[in-house]
Design a protein around this ligand. Sequence first.
Ligand code: SF4
Length: 115
Amino acid sequence: MAKVGIIRCQQTEDLCGGTADFQFAQKGKGAFEPLGACEVVGFVSCGGCPGKRAVGRAKMLKEHGAEVIVMASCMTLGTPMGFPCPHKDLILDAVRRKLGDEVRVLEYTHPAPKK
Ligand code: SF4
């Protein structure tokens, strides 16, 4: 079972408990489908705008066993408000540079709900 660490948008914490992220990971659905059912070893926020703390937090998740880092859909797809992070590309690039090729980085957790 793949071990994943999830990084979410801090601005969305008041609106969402991350329930869908855990469900999709446990069932191996959505972005987790290529990995199958996953164990979530950590679930943290980006640390607040502009998201620079996500880099150190991704490294910390790796040190706690995450083989894959996953950006939650609130950050990259803007769920549940339709408001993606304006810094998402910078965050993804910085996290990928920091972790190198050893750790895969997925860009969302689950599809945005249909309206
Ligand atoms: S940097 Fe992006 S992901 Fe982090 S709190 Fe701000 S909007 Fe959300």
